[in-house]
Design a binder for this molecule. Sequence first.
Ligand SMILES: [Fe+2]
Ligand SMILES: [Fe+2]
Length: 475
Amino acid sequence: MSGINYSEKIPNNVNLSEDRTLQRALEQWQPNFINWWDDMGPTGTTDSEVYLRTAVSVDPQGWAQFGHVKMRDYRWGIFLNPGEAGRHIHFGDHKGEKAWQDVPGEHRANLRRIIVTQGDTEPASVEQQRHLGLTAPSMYDLRNLFQINVEEGRHLWAMVYLLHKHFGRDGREEAEGLLERRSGDENNPRILGAFNEQTPDWLSFFMFTYFTDRDGKFQLCALAESAFDPLARTSKFMLTEEAHHMFVGESGISRVISRTAQKMNELKTDDVNKLRAAGVIDLPTIQRYINFHFSVTIDLFGADESSNAATFYSSGLKGRYEEGKRVDDHVLKGQTYRVLEARDGQLMEKEVPMLNALNEVLRDDYIKDSVAGVERWNKVLEKAGIPNRMKVPHKAFNRHIGALSGVKVSPEGRLLSQAEWDAMADQWLPTLQDRAYVASLMGRCVEPGKFANWIAPPVMGINRQLVDFDYVRFN
Ligand SMILES: [Fe+2]
Ligand SMILES: [Fe+2]
């Protein structure tokens, strides 16, 4: 079951050939996907051969095979983790009942919405990142970008499979819609705000893969608990791919910081202008990028209080992060959770029913997880003997969704007047000048083993290859 059949047009481990109607429908969607890839995938890459990993099984050990392939020939397919015999629902009102292999009628609309919203983020990020290859800081980084791009494409396949198999004609229409919306398009945008923002430079890309792919991790972890078993199984396999995306972000920012620290020591200065003249990204600019990407990403978890969140949980569609490891009753009726609100000129906690606060619960879990990597960046500074430290801003900073969207709050969590905010915003969020400076550093540097001046080389290569391996062959 865990072996993947590559002899079929659509590689899969779901016995696709046994369901001719489904197979035919997906084979009709496949050329539309390739057209979308040709139109919206990485620019100018048609002939390049990229050292990519492809899934060969869903076993935790050795699922990947590496080799040089043209991206449009990548074997995108349908891979689900093996089913657990007799799996039961372990949270919500259906707790203790058998997990669903099909979609119950009463949850159909909500499940479809959840799957479409998740699916929409996958092609969106490919669209957001499509020009980055033109300014890659190294061949190694270029390869990592392309690996992420093909895997986001595969995540789209994962969701489209569920739509086609379980949602009939509506599902097929939604699958078409996923190829029609465009990131940033005024008339037909992607569903979620952060996925309509641009990813204009590589610092943004590393921030996006660190912070926003991590949102993906948390959403997928919540879906991996779902009572709808096929969704749980597909989410589990997607998570194994997602881990690499976050590694690219974390190690990328770490290397930027490392290079900046090296120059600071060399020049014995923390003067922004001197560091910029030396062609590296000053720490205050990196901090502003962190502030921006962190705040935009935590908005993705939705409103602090949400009756939808309660419904999704109680009906078993979406669990909490690591639901199985928690020691409460997994029903949560009558329990409370603290959310923030602005009252009497300050931020105060208030208790609300926990079921309604599940977006906030997931957001708080996410925040804990993202702080860990920031601490690892600080280790780089500490080792270099630089006193500065990076940190994520307060969760009320720069929010545009939920109860905190109506107030202005400093990165430290102090409630501000509009005038105070206006006076300080340029120190907290990337300015046009910051963005223009970072953009000015972006130039293509893709000879094997060469790295742009603003970023340190990685500690090791991909799949135990050398750092100067020819990860991309330009033909
Ligand atoms: Fe993804
Ligand atoms: Fe991802």
